[in-house]
Write a new protein. Structure first.
Ligand code: GTP
Ligand code: MG
Length: 262
């Protein structure tokens, strides 16, 4: 059995990659690692090849160029499912997601709820009791909380942390999710995936995590990315509401017709 796969997307993470891979391998020795590199100019891809060379549980997926986090993850999910990995973990390279917390996330995936159902998706959450953020400036904290709350309201998402990227998917859930309908390539990807997961009936639980701001390397976050995400969530929310109203109107019309025929 190929076992769990931890996907680590990278763009210019030279300073962070060796330590994070070592920490993942130590925290969950049975897990393999897939580094997905978008042809980083700083040579992260070659560094990853070196790590794969000495550890057969480390793999590298080289992509042509910077096409965004979403595109990198979607290609990694195909890679994982083709090879039978289960579950599939998303984890940032910059040290924000602590590999030492991964056993707790994996355990949550195997814990049934009151109805005896195990979740399909576990989200490492900063905004549930017990969750926290270390070293974040106030504006980032505010942005993340407001972004999550807005996504939750607009899309009716059953979670407190809708934008976080520390996640564990059951392979079967990932297969059911209609990944071909997820088109967001930038950061809105996390919300887009979650929304599709909920629409396709995946059960989701949140587990508190400690999120640590990166110490080395540079963030790829920008105002352009934030505005794109707000715009997308707003557009999806309206489609959802008016789409639902259209469905309700159609159902009411056919019910009225049925009654008038009877
Ligand atoms: N393959 C690939 N990885 C990316 C891309 N953009 C970001 N990443 C990686 O995705 C992870 C998250 O990116 P960060 O820059 O840390 O973004 P963030 O965590 O939202 O922002 P900060 O909190 O400021 O660090 C990191 O491991 C990045 O190297 C991309 O276009 N392609
Ligand atoms: Mg980060």
């Amino acid at each position: 059995m190929p076992g769990p796969l931890v996907v680590i997307p990278t763009y210019n993470e030279r300073e962070n990659l060796p330590a994070i891979v070592a920490r993942v391998r130590a925290a969950v020795p049975e897990a393999s690692v897939l580094v997905v590199d978008d042809h980083s100019p700083d040579g992260t891809g070659e560094l990853a090849d070196g790590l794969a060379h000495v550890d057969p549980s480390v793999h590298v997926l080289h992509r042509r160029g910077k096409e965004g986090l979403g595109a990198a993850y979607l290609s990694a999910f195909e890679w994982a499912l083709e090879r039978g990995h289960d579950p599939v973990v998303q984890l940032d390279a910059d040290g924000s997601h602590l590999p030492e917390e991964l056993p707790r996330l994996l355990a949550a995936l195997e814990t049934p709820d009151a109805a005896g159902r195990r979740p399909d998706l576990v989200i490492g959450s900063r905004w549930v009791p017990g969750g926290s953020v270390v070293n974040w400036p106030r504006h980032r904290m505010w942005l993340s909380r407001v972004g999550s709350a807005y996504s939750r309201i607009m899309l009716d998402l059953p979670v407190r942390d809708a934008t976080g990227g520390y996640r564990v998917f059951r392979a079967e859930g990932l297969r059911r999710l209609h990944r071909e309908d997820v088109h967001t390539r930038g950061y809105g990807f996390q919300v887009d995936m979650l929304w599709h997961a909920v629409m396709h009936g995946l059960s989701v639980v949140e587990v508190p995590i400690t999120f640590v701001e990166r110490e080395l390397g540079r963030s790829k976050m920008s105002w352009g990315i934030v505005i794109e995400a707000i715009w997308q969530v707003t557009a999806w929310g309206f489609t959802r509401r008016f789409g639902r109203r259209r469905d309700q109107a159609a159902a009411a019309t056919s019910e009225a017709r049925r009654r008038s025929r009877a």
